[in-house]
Write a protein that binds this ligand. Structure first.
Ligand SMILES: Nc1ncnc2c1ncn2[C@@H]1O[C@H](COP(=O)(O)OP(=O)(O)OP(=O)(O)O)[C@@H](O)[C@H]1O
Length: 284
């Protein structure tokens, strides 16, 4: 790259008591139930948790594609619970990028570089990143790749290009839904590197994933369970959130060691803390 990547001002996200309900044939499906979450400007956060726990719904709310049923959601200077549709449209066009699952960000008949130019149409008039710099940023180097159609790229390269389209308008927030699903380990690594490169430019990056390793690489993971924030992990430390009903959810990676039904003994740890130990059952 001829120049270092342009610095972007990251967008912070704050959720307070966020609720979202799908209406299905007269029934209410509560997808998110009072989510509290703070994401600082420039952070990289993985949203992890079981299928159906509400991760994609939370991402769609942050993107302004769904409207909160209750609670508040701030994305930068926007109050998404109150914003009118014109404000949401402007925000999506100029301030954030969304990487959808699979190849849905890409137009099959445009080259890699033209896909980026297309993604920039409707964006801000000034200060757009150079498409060739974007390709380089996400690890797609050389003229041949820039001129290639999506079908001539590997699945991993297509996903790197999708990440670049999400960053194309130079907005301060990148949201990605399962960007590494169905990729082999090597391609996954390239896509994670692309997301981290986008984050290093200053953008806030929020990724929905089933891959706990992404949380480790990002430095922060937030576990969503049953529509609530159930646990937090930062660089090797784990935090559990006590829910309104007293429930505590374990981080996904601990569930392999402590499957549902495990009896834990709760002990005072002496320093004002508590210790959770696996209780010995009568048969053991
Ligand atoms: N369009 C929809 N209409 C009705 N219910 C929905 C819709 N989308 C999601 N849901 C329901 O909302 C809840 C949360 O779904 P969501 O897709 O947000 O979870 P997720 O954690 O992203 O799951 P996955 O990891 O499988 O993508 C689930 O109970 C799901 O069945």
């Amino acid at each position: 790259m001829s120049q270092p990547p342009v610095r972007i001002t990251g967008v912070p996200v704050t959720c307070r008591g966020l609720v979202f309900i799908y209406k299905v044939e007269g029934y209410d499906v509560v997808a998110l139930s009072r989510v509290d979450l703070d994401i600082a400007a420039g952070e990289a956060v993985a949203l992890v948790g079981p299928s159906g726990s509400g991760k994609s719904t939370l991402l769609s709310l942050m993107a302004g594609l769904l409207k909160p049923a209750a609670g508040s959601l701030r994305v930068g200077r926007h109050d998404l619970a109150r914003a009118r549709s014109a404000e949401l449209q402007r925000m999506r066009a100029t301030e954030l990028g969304v990487v959808l699952q699979g190849d849905r960000n890409l137009l099959p008949y445009l080259s890699a570089v033209d896909n980026l130019r297309f993604a920039q149409r409707g964006g801000p008039r000034a200060g757009l990143p150079d498409p060739h710099d974007l390709l380089e940023l996400v690890g797609l180097r050389g003229d041949a790749v820039a001129r290639a159609l999506p079908r001539d790229l590997t699945p991993g390269q297509r996903q790197q290009l999708s990440v670049a389209t999400g960053a194309a308008i130079g907005g301060g927030l990148l949201l990605a839904d399962e960007p590494t699903s169905q990729l082999d380990a090597e391609a996954r690594e390239e896509v994670v590197a692309a997301l981290l490169a986008v984050n290093v430019t200053g953008r806030t990056v929020v990724v929905v994933t089933h891959d706990p390793d992404i949380g480790v690489r990002f430095g922060r993971s937030v576990t969503i369970r049953d529509g609530r924030v159930g646990a937090e992990g930062r660089s090797g430390e784990n935090f559990l959130v006590v829910g309104a009903d007293g429930a505590v959810h374990l981080p996904t990676e601990l569930l392999t060691e402590l499957p549902p039904g495990t009896l834990l003994r709760v002990e005072a740890a002496g320093t004002g803390g508590i210790l959770l130990r696996v209780a010995e059952t009568e048969s053991s």
